[in-house]
Every structure is written in C-alpha cells, then in structure tokens.
Design a protein around this ligand. Structure first.
Ligand SMILES: NC(=O)c1ccc[n+]([C@@H]2O[C@H](COP(=O)([O-])OP(=O)(O)OC[C@H]3O[C@@H](n4cnc5c(N)ncnc54)[C@H](O)[C@@H]3O)[C@@H](O)[C@H]2O)c1
Length: 271
C-alpha cells in the first residue's frame, strides 16, 4: 500500500465526508496530504486524525472561489510540503433542489463554487505541474453531470467539470499530466442536501438502495478507493475518463423494469 510514498497530494473539501475519506486513503498509501477546505475547524480535525494515525498531513483553510488567495495557499503548500503531484478537486456545495423554485443567487453560488472553484484549483496547480512535466488530477463530478437527479445548478456545474476534465486531459497530456473524473452516485454523507433529505426521511439511504444494482448506496471509502487508483501509476495510461462509481446506477433502470416484468412473466419463462 505505498503507491503514493513520494507524492504530495492536495484534497479540496477535505473537512468532511468523501474528501476526508480520500485524504485518509491517500495518506494510508503513503502520500503527504494537504487537506484544504473553507471550514478551518473541520480541516484541522481531518489533519489531526491523519497525524494521529501516523500519517503526514497538514490543514489549509482556503476558499476555492477566491483565486488569488487560493493560489497563495497552493504556493504555501508547495513550500511546506513539496511539489504537488496529485490534485483531487472534491470541494462542492448544493442545496438548491429544483429549477422552478431556485433563487437566482443560488444558481450563481452553486456554479461559482462547483465549476469556477474547480477551475481555480486547476489554474493554480497546472502551471506548476507543467513546469515539472508530471502530475495527476482527479475531479469529483457526479452522476448528476450526465442525468437528471435534481439539484440542477449543481448538476450543470458537474457536467461542466466532466467537459473540463476532457479539456485538461487533451491539452496537458503532452506535459505528462493526466486528468480524470469520478461520478459518484448517492454516497452516505451529511452534506447539505442529504441533511435536508434525512430530516424529511431518516431512512432515505436504506430506501434508495433498491435503485442500485449492487443493492446499496455508496460509502465515502468507495469513492476514495477509485481516486487512489486513478491518481496512481496503476492508471498511468488512463486520462480523460469519467468513471461512474455508482453501484451500477447508470447502467439501467432496475426499478422501472420491475414495474413491467411481472412475477407471472418470469414464471411463464421458467416453465
Ligand atoms: N454525497 C453524495 O451523495 C455525492 C454524490 C455525488 C457526488 N458527490 C460529490 O462528492 C464530493 C464530496 O461530497 P460530500 O458529500 O462529501 O460533501 P460535503 O459537503 O460533506 O463536503 C464538501 C466539502 O467542500 C467544502 N467546501 C464547500 N465550499 C467550499 C469552498 N468555497 N472552498 C473550499 N471548500 C469548500 C465544504 O466545507 C465541505 O467540507 C463533492 O464534489 C460532491 O459533489 C457527492
């Protein structure tokens, strides 16, 4: 488990949920991890947990929507932890459920954080990787980037991230930089959207399992494992992909099929 022993990684949005799990996985595989988040207390907690487990981790508070200060923090990370070999763009936000009810400022806020914020991180890190002719980037997009599952401003931003992933892969391959995206399905975290939904239905994650061919929603570690693969040398000929890590959600419509394949049909076929 030492695929990252010579690597400094930045994980954005690492104060909570999936970002924290990604940071923990990369650290367990030997990376020095810069955990970055707008939530200063949360990111200190993540770094503390990783250090307590014997890993090399430091906390950095930064707002990915503010390019100049983000860029200064990335410079600080490189001074304190060494050249960044892996960037994981994971920070995100959504609480705007549908298009009809959406306030104008909610649209702008979600595109700003999710799409522009991701671009800012790329803009800061890519020139540094280009100079060294080495680097890997994993963008956390979503199944929302390719289908409608609510949260339309967030989803439009995630679709943008998938396309941006292809731009980076196409333009920066010549600099030995790879860029891939991961599309999680529902993952058990306490982010803003899931908090709202769980208040309405505490059993929501259990209930959603039936939509997933593998019978359950994702756990943060499911995403972390995929990030650790795509960011590593094991994926050194893979760039520009958008990999669903979704328990099979995008592969079909099991619940719909269940509506029109009746037990009597199955019995007749088996007879
Ligand atoms: N949980 C899911 O069901 C799910 C599904 C598909 C995709 N995803 C994606 O996975 C990633 C992590 O999701 P999560 O559920 O762990 O969310 P989360 O809300 O728990 O974590 C997101 C983190 O991003 C940080 N953040 C928000 N705005 C920021 C800013 N301006 N600057 C810096 N940091 C900022 C937050 O403080 C938070 O710690 C996101 O990209 C999300 O879109 C999650």
């Amino acid at each position: 488990m030492a695929r990252y022993s010579d690597t400094t990684a930045i994980v954005t949005g690492a104060a909570h949920g999936i970002g924290r799990a990604i940071a923990a996985r990369l650290a367990a595989e030997g990376a020095a991890v810069a955990v970055l988040d707008i939530d200063g207390a949360g990111v200190e907690e993540t770094a503390g947990l990783l250090r307590d487990a014997g890993h090399d981790a430091r906390a950095y508070r930064a707002d990915i929507t503010d390019f100049p200060s983000l860029d200064a923090v990335v410079s600080q990370i490189e001074q304190e932890m060494g050249p960044v070999g892996l960037l994981v763009n994971n920070a995100a936000y959504t609480d705007a459920g549908d298009l009809e009810g959406m306030a104008l400022d909610a649209w702008h806020r979600e595109v700003e954080i999710n799409l522009h914020g991701t671009y800012h991180c790329l803009r800061s890190v890519l020139p540094r990787m280009t100079e060294r002719r080495e680097g890997a980037i994993v963008n956390i997009a979503s199944v929302n980037g390719v289908r409608y599952f609510g949260n339309p401003s967030y989803s439009a931003a995630k679709a943008g991230i998938i396309n941006l992933t292809q731009s980076v892969a196409s333009e920066y391959g010549k600099h030995n930089i790879r860029c891939n995206a991961i599309l999680p399905g529902s993952v058990r975290t306490d982010n803003a959207s899931w908090k709202i939904r769980q208040q309405k239905d505490p059993g929501i994650f259990q209930k959603l399992g039936r939509w997933y061919p593998l019978g359950r929603v994702g756990e943060p570690e499911d995403i972390a494992k995929a990030v650790a693969f795509l960011g590593s040398q094991d994926a050194d000929y893979i760039t520009g992909v958008a990999l669903p890590v979704d328990g099979g959600l995008l592969s079909g419509m099991n619940v719909m099929i269940g509506e029109f394949v009746f037990e009597s049909d199955k019995e007749a076929a088996e007879a």
